[in-house]
Design a protein around this ligand. Sequence first.
Ligand code: FES
Ligand SMILES: [Fe+2]
Length: 479
Amino acid sequence: MSVVLEPRLRGKTPWFQGDVPADLVPEKYRLDRAFVPKARYLDPEFLRLELDKMFRRTWLMACRLEELPGVGNFVEYEIGSHSILIVRESRASVRAYHNACRHRGTRLARGRGRVGSLICPFHGWRWNLDGSIRLVLDREEFVPRSDDDLGLVGVRAETWGGFVFINMDPDAAPLLEYLDPIPRIFEPFQMENMRYRWLKGVILPCNWKTALDGFLEAYHVLGTHPQLHRFDKSNTNIASMQELESRVWAPTTAYERHAYYASVGRKKQTITDDAGKDPAQRGTDNVTDERLAVALSVQYIADDMRGLENERSWRAAEALKTADVPKDVSAGQYFLELYKNLSLAEGYDWKEITPQQWAEAGTAWNVFPNTILLPNQGSMFMYRARPNGFDPDSCLFEIGSLDLIPMADYDKKRQFQPEYFENWRDADLGEVFNQDLSNAKEVTVGMHSPSFDGHRLSEDQEMTIYNHHRVADRFIWNG
Ligand code: FES
Ligand SMILES: [Fe+2]
């Protein structure tokens, strides 16, 4: 069931009342209209509740299939006190297990690697990749136990779009049902045919939700990334933006669990509009040519963020700068034509994305609870945040840049290595991400001030953040 909660229906239930009766929620954690109390970010007790009640019962994006290229490849996924191994069991199947020996509990494997069987480092018990027990040294000395009792304890693992999700709740609904409507909406973006260009993880001095919140609204763009307004458009979906500018301003849309924001359409009386549409007034370096505005914004994202755009869209943008664009076609539409022709000529699949599909895909989706996906034609970003142990003021934040690969390479395997950094400033993430990540500590320090009680959110542009809390309440307080 998809309940689309129309963001313009302000002040009406259930959008502003949360999903559970208010008296179930302790006052210090209780949501109010567009208000999120700070204890939901700062209290160690609340983090415990998230770990026990929410993360154990939701589908969590654990890795991508390309991180498990061969039989026996594994990736460890840690969250709170849980360590889970995701293992390629066969060409067609991926399984997940709690990473704990059935003998005396030893963690079986760390990080990532490739094994023929899972072997406990302590006394050498072994398991097949399907989790069944293969060897217990001197088994005759133990109380007789069934193989079932000695098998690894499984965790649900299902895939969508090339992502492997896990769920520690054996009774959880299937992944595709949980993700609804994302699989339908993302279908034309072919995420299953994308691969990581890079994946970087950094420790941030903030709550795991603070890390994500910074990517769940475009309201911060003017304050944090003023350079993005050098260009008339900061998004490549120009064809659809034009179409959508005549529509209602509806930046946040929430479904039953997941929500997205779309930075389409411009609302009057924002600072942007005060500056008018004249690019000269926006510090555009005198870019008044629509072709240049589109091309430079594509190339800025491609060069600085190293994601969301790619080397083909960069070249299409370069060609656009001097292209003879027909009068009835926008520069954005023409850019997409150039990009499409380049892609098809070079062996990439190209699915037409209709204006309606662009609109539904929006800018960034919060895949509840802790993943964000930014779809684009040919490339995408994935963000994921997890608590760092039990410290509410620290998290592991990961950014993945993915690109479509040529059709001829769909079956090719390659080894892929993510990179992790203790200090995010060492991660070489570019200007835009550095600006975003600089906010993490400042928000956290400020939130600890006794003067601050909670987030006061824009009812248009920041309800993606509110939606997370609304849905979290359902898991935390309902049973
Ligand atoms: S703890 Fe694993 S074999 Fe003993
Ligand atoms: Fe940002």
